[in-house]
Write a protein that binds this ligand. Sequence first.
Ligand SMILES: NC(=O)c1ccc[n+]([C@@H]2O[C@H](COP(=O)([O-])OP(=O)(O)OC[C@H]3O[C@@H](n4cnc5c(N)ncnc54)[C@H](O)[C@@H]3O)[C@@H](O)[C@H]2O)c1
Length: 431
Amino acid sequence: MASNAPLATLDQARIAILGLGYVGLPLAAAFGKRFPTVGFDIDAARVSELKSHHDHTREVTADNLREAKLLEFSSDPAALAGCNVFIVTVPTPIDEYKRPDLHPLESASRTVGRAIGRGGIVVYESTVYPGATEEICVPIVERESGLVFNRDFYAGYSPERINPGDPKHRLETIMKVTSGSTPEAAEFVDGLYGSIITAGTHKASSIRVAEAAKVIENIQRDVNIALINELALIFHRLGIDTHEVLEAAGTKWNFLPFRPGLVGGHCIGVDPYYLTHKAQQIGYHPDMILAGRRINDGMGSHVARRVVKLMRQRNQDMTRARILILGLAFKENCPDLRNTKVVDIIRELHCYNAKVDVHDPWVNVEHARAEYGVDLIAEPATGQYDAVVLAVAHGEFVAMGADRIRSLGTPGAVLFDVKRALPRASVDGCL
Ligand SMILES: NC(=O)c1ccc[n+]([C@@H]2O[C@H](COP(=O)([O-])OP(=O)(O)OC[C@H]3O[C@@H](n4cnc5c(N)ncnc54)[C@H](O)[C@@H]3O)[C@@H](O)[C@H]2O)c1
């Protein structure tokens, strides 16, 4: 019987990062300063922009990429030869039935299986449900490599917590949860991340615990925001200002500071479905998590209906109305369009036959057209709109202030502030 293959020591680590998006690129840049690192992505255009030190997600600067002297980029799986640590940071979306779509994870696992050798380790960072690493991914690596798990190669799971567009919470300054398939693997993964994360690491007791911890971080946010959104729906009907209520309640030491809003993006609105899928697979129907999802998914059309109501109160003819939406990205100061709920506002307004213009200086025009069929306007003209909706609180919009934003509308136009980014008295409606 073959004996267990020893893991490499840290100074022998040759790292491959599979998937160079919001999560993978900052990681590749950090590891590429200390370890020989191959950044691999199936998107050749992405690899080519990174080779010229350009990151369109704006998460890593050109200088940061240049400083990662040991980092190479490739879209050729042959470049992974010789690596002994494989870190998988590919997307984990949901399909049209809101079920986990594990295709990218399965495909990346096949790529790892073809490149990994004895003593190698594969670490998953993509958000999944508890059990996915060992039940879905590891068997693929075993099959492709012909190696035996926990004898010839090992696995780990270390979820990512970065917050795109947030200059304060960066990869290195956020404590990282680590785990491994054996005590030695856990120790290796912990040491590996400990070498780049200044905030420290938390070694979880198992891969499943680490997987579950990640997914509930986002579920907790989703459910908390859903509660506040539901309260906002109630308080609106009662004619009470939600933010004034939250401000008053927030003076209690243990009242949590959540705010109402649209929940989009690749994480908070998606990850809960990974756990609910697993729960349903084992015969448990998760009421609260799914109720939160339903409330949050309805907030875009709620905003649109509120805007239409305010316009009708001003006797505006919806069939001739022109409405300007400021912001399309799923959150402020970030070009990320994935799962943006601003699209729900636009679609609902179209149902009333309104003509809707959308302006977002952060978002790539081609991406908006390809993803959502939205043709962004470069610069909104002044005095043109019957309603202006501040949907995303990009710094540029907040800096404009209410008066300049209002000047984009006709006299008496409605100004609706989804994010409560402007003084309450200067707008006609907000969440
Ligand atoms: N974006 C975030 O803020 C964030 C935060 C924490 C965790 N996560 C999780 O991290 C994972 C990655 O998210 P992201 O935002 O970086 O995604 P992303 O879409 O920005 O990047 C993923 C990259 O993986 C590449 N890719 C897809 N399939 C591949 C394959 N088989 N082999 C190699 N490359 C492949 C894509 O071309 C893309 O460049 C997801 O599971 C996500 O839920 C994301």
